[in-house]
Every structure is written in C-alpha cells, then in structure tokens.
Design a protein around this ligand. Sequence first.
Ligand SMILES: *Cc1c(COP(=O)(O)O)cnc(C)c1O
Length: 390
Amino acid sequence: MTDPLVERMRPFGTTIFTEMSALAVRTGAVNLGQGFPDTDGPAEMLAAAAEALASGANQYPPLAGIPALRTAIAAHEQRFWGLGRDPDAEVAVTAGATEAIAATILALCEAGDEVVCFEPYYDSYAASITLAGAVRRPVTLRPGPTGRYEFDEGELRAAFGPRTRLVLLNTPHNPTGKVFTRAELTLIAELCQQHDAYAVTDEVYEHLVFSDAAETHIPLAGLPGMRERTLRISSAGKTFSCTGWKVGWATGPARLVSAMLRVKQFLTFVNASPLQPAVAVALGLPDSYFTGFTAGLQERRDRLVSGLTDAGLTVLPSEGTYFVTVDIRPLGGTDGIEFCRWLPERCGVVAVPTQVFYDHQDAGRHLIRFAFCKRAEVIDEAVRRLKTLN
Ligand SMILES: *Cc1c(COP(=O)(O)O)cnc(C)c1O
C-alpha cells in the first residue's frame, strides 16, 4: 500500500520532540528538550478556571472568543505595548498561537505565494506554509562576533520578491533566544511596505526578555506604517505557564482578523470555554506578576548557563524566551542530532538539535537547544550530570 499522506506533508516526520522525549523516558534522563514549565501558572487563573467549569461555562463560546477575554487582551496590549485595539473587531481568540499561525497563513496565502521567515524557525511554520501550498523563503540567523544571532541585510532583501505575501516573524525568538532590535525591525518594516507584504508576528514570549538584553521587546505592529499590515499573535501558554491550555489570540486590523477567523471557524470553530475567563483574569494581573515571572526565568537561565559553561560548551547569549543554544564543537561534537542522541546515554540529559529547524541545515549542525523553564532543582540536577562530560 502506498503512503496515504499527501505528498507535500511527507517530508514532515514525527517531530524531534517526540523522539527526544521518548529517549528521556527510556533513559531516565532530565528532559531539557521540550519547552514546557514544570510548575503551574498563577493561582488566581487556576481558581477562575475551576469556577468557570463549575458554574456552567461549558458550551460553545462565540467564534471570536468571549467578550471578557477580548476586552482583557485589548487592555493588556494597551498596558504593555501601547497598541489600542477594538475588542469587537480587532481581537480574536484561537486554539493556541499555533492555530492562529496556521489559520492566518491558510487565509492569506494563495498557492505559490512566498513567506519570508527566519531560520531556525518554530516547527509549525514550515508545516503551515506547506499546507497552504505556499513557499518559504528562509533567512538564516547566525551567531555573530558577540555570539548574538544576526541576519545578513542583503540576504533579507533578496528573500523579498514579487510573490512575497507575508513575513512571519518570531520575537523573542525560539530557539535562539534572540530579541530583534529596533534597527532590525525597522528594516523588516521597510521591506514589508516596499513589497506591499503583510507581517504576521509570533510574540508568545513577549514577557520573557531578560534585564541584560540589548533592547526590550518591540512589537512590529507599533512601528510606523506597520499597524495596518500586521497581525500580532500571542498566547497564554508561555506567559502563564499553561502550555496545555492552548488559549491564544490574534490582534490587528479588522480585515486581517476577520480573514483569519474565516478559516479558523472551520478548523476548531472555538476552543475551551471555561479557560477563557481564566485567561482574562491572568491578563489583568498586576505588573508584579509579569516582572516576577521574568526575573524567575532569568534566574533559572543563569543557573543553566553557568552549568553549561562549566561543562565545556560554548553558550550563545539568550536574551529572552525559555531557551538557550550552545555550540557543541568544544566537546568534539559536529552533528547536533548525533550529539543529542548520545547525550542522555552518556550523562542523562536531553536537549534538542536545532538543525532540524533550518532549511540550510549546515548553518545549525553544531547547535543544540536547552530549555530552562524548569524548577531550580531540576536544572541543578541536569547541571550535576553535565559536569561529568569533562
Ligand atoms: C510554544 C510556541 C508556540 C505555540 O503556542 P501555543 O499557544 O501552545 O499554540 C508558538 N510559537 C512559538 C515560537 C512557541 O515557542
């Protein structure tokens, strides 16, 4: 029998996370592969979800999300980023950021349209672009002289052309921990306007920029000329440590939000109604929640970074997100996939190779990613094990 899967999806095997998490279970390794926290989010949010569940909020919510959540999303964007949104027309709730990304690409791209993105990319990007019959035009992020990931301006300019439909930008960036600077964003904004392209921004780590980052988080939608052509996507999962909830959202001009919703209504229609009022509560938490969350992650980043350095790896700077990448060559590694298959057997720690997130795999062959969104004692145990490497 031939493979029933459509041809264009055949290059997408089971994800590296499935393989590495299975390896962690089999070897009893500390899993710093997949990026999910091992503690719960804010108690107020959990209590609100329990209450909603017990008080009958269990039927289909409106397509665009319950009004209380849309209002909370708009207020949050105003509070942190100064972006005023009309909760009735410019905000929509989705089944995680992942669905918002897929629905947006399916809604905006004709077959053959091109999507400019940066590699390494979040794994759903390539799949969503392919599902739409669109073509990805990746621009490579490479560690520069300071270790900070950079892109080449000429390469970015060359990625744009007559078929460019949109730019898909993730900042703060998974897996590199890069936070795009105002200068970089300004160039992206100019090219979008020059080529009349849309921008779709994945800002799920908007609250995870560390105090030693070169710059703070800047939403592309706030740059001159970009508001009208940018759909901004985020999610509760990372900010409120509830990655299993899959409550995300998209904000932007009404015509982009409604195009996304046109597709979204036939993918999931709506998502988990009792979680929506709970996320509304979380978005309204005082600033101290957000600053405490960032500081807590930064402290755990520092623990892991010093352990990785002691183990003899070259650690590239992580300015934000849940992740840090390292160069394995000082330990004699040349291929991240082989290294990550060997590491749990050798010392009981799981990481993920980032080369699988590139089209130009050679650019990332020597790089692997560790997640530090884990309890301090879990990170300390990983560090103890990594010390045995040298
Ligand atoms: C985790 C993650 C997502 C997925 O968010 P969900 O709300 O769980 O769908 C999207 N983009 C990036 C860069 C992520 O790291």
